[in-house]
Design a protein around this ligand. Sequence first.
Ligand code: ADP
Length: 296
Amino acid sequence: MNLDDQLELPSYLHHTPEVEERLAAVKSRRVVLSIRNLRREYETANGSLVALSGISHAVHTRELTCVIGPSGCGKSTLIRILAGLERPTSGAVLVDGEPVRGPGADRGMVFQNYTLFPWLTVKRNVMFGLKMKGVQPVRAEASARKWLEMVGLTQFADSYPAELSGGMKQRVAIARALANQPRILLMDEPFGALDAQTRCSMQAHLLRIWENVDVTIVFITHDLEEAIYLADRIVVLGANPGRILEVIDVPLARPRHPAQFLSGHFLATKKRLETLIYSSETSETSNGSKIPGEAA
Ligand code: ADP
């Protein structure tokens, strides 16, 4: 018996006036990140492999965008291109209208694997980028303290990474990225290595931080519920080649809370994501098209 037989779900395309108004406000803000017709090919022993094709999308200021898709659809390739760690074969990425030509302070990164320096204390890890930029030690320390307070780790400022749990390490990584005041925070499956409970509390943490900080977030995940809970919009990628299947406006009000996981709008969105992702390898969809026979 499928979900439809048990529950009468609303359409994931139906928005309450409150959600409609919020999404309209998000989309009326300036575009901070413009992704234009990206294509990425890799030369492999078996010939050319198209990892990404025809990827175009605009992210607005202070928008929280999740990118989701099956393994191998090009999520990591996309975020590496956005970070400037990799060049597209063709197409362009612009931040505030300026083409991305490499890594830059306007983009902060948080990766799945803990990337803290084990020989530095938590505070010194957060200060690291600031000191590299030439910020005076006193100011860098004050800034580190502010960001550690923001992620709730003030009392661990003098601890070493090895003394922290996985969730705490990721909070330090978020503080370190935000201390550099990036325009965009790029997060590549940042909670993927955490247990389910820690993951839930980190999602709530991230939303609280984001509500208080002027930053735009692009968040890669393969967890459907995580994407719905966090995002304003979800970019759904399909594989072979990696392409955009659909961009979903999340029909949930903010602030988000865990009770929304059981709402009809949440479940309807999850069902749509499941349909898109699990059918994408077998369906002949093109950029932005709907899967045939799949009602909205
Ligand atoms: P995802 O993060 O969604 O799992 P990736 O971006 O890692 O997907 O990979 C997308 C596709 O590109 C996959 O088929 C992968 O094998 C291929 N790919 C990624 N990086 C390379 C590389 N450096 N050389 C060759 N193929 C690659």
